[in-house]
Design a protein around this ligand. Structure first.
Ligand code: CA
Length: 229
């Protein structure tokens, strides 16, 4: 199978039949796939192999998928992470504050959906950045080139998705975006469960920025970045 096409995806999954299906579908789409069956080997695979994305099961031997993600982010590793979750309580943990997950897929998933999500994550993390100029207002500075955000000169550690969401909002200041729009523009797909993903990422952004007025909730509509003209 050709390796050059889309890059390597690390799948951390302890159920061999699910891992096999994921491998089959991702390989068919031109990805190279490495499967790790537990937390420790999953973490080391991601660190060593530097995949374009990682697909993490939550319940794993050793330590679980959320722990893999936490440890990656603690080392400033920004590999796009997609969680495969089976239960509602897992979704809450996956979307938990400071987690640094980029998206999640609920089991049972269709392999086609998994492939679409992986591609969407890669589009978001791809080199194509529409906005390239530095955005500055009041104490906030957002640099699309280096992907750094600072407030009063202090670096705000954002995940790739949080950064993309913030950049998208401030690139059209004071314009109100619906959750669906944000889902399509930032995550690259539309989804029935999308609104929750958007809400959680907005909450994380607000908490990290410490500027509660920067992102405004427009009740029943969506969100906008309040940027002085
Ligand atoms: Ca499992």
């Amino acid at each position: 199978m050709s390796v050059e096409a889309r890059g390597l995806v690390v799948v951390v999954e302890d159920e061999a039949n699910i891992a096999d299906i994921l491998r089959l579908y991702l390989t068919r789409e031109g990805f190279e796939v490495h499967v790790a069956p537990d937390g420790p080997s999953g973490l080391s695979s991601i660190l060593e192999l530097k995949p374009v994305a990682a697909l993490l099961d939550v319940g794993l031997p050793g330590f679980d998928g959320t722990e893999i993600c936490k440890r990656l982010r603690a080392q400033n590793n920004s590999t796009p992470v997609l969680f495969c979750t089976a239960r509602d309580d897992e979704i809450d943990r996956v979307l938990g504050l400071e987690m640094g997950a980029d998206d999640y897929i609920t089991k049972p998933f269709s392999p086609r959906e998994v492939v679409a999500r992986v591609k969407a994550v890669l589009r978001r993390h791809g080199p194509a950045v529409e906005q390239t100029e530095l955005v500055e207002f009041e104490r906030v500075s957002i640099d699309p080139q280096t992907r750094h955000c600072t407030i009063a000169g202090v670096e705000v550690p954002l995940t790739a998705t949080e950064f993309d969401l913030l950049l998208y909002l401030v690139s059209q200041p004071n314009k109100v975006f619906s959750r669906d729009q944000l889902m399509v523009e930032v995550w690259g797909y539309s989804s029935a469960v999308g609104s929750r993903t958007v809400d959680v990422h907005i909450a994380q952004l607000r908490a990290k920025l410490g500027e509660p007025d920067l992102i405004r909730t427009v009740r029943g509509v969506g969100y906008s970045a309040e940027v002085p003209e």
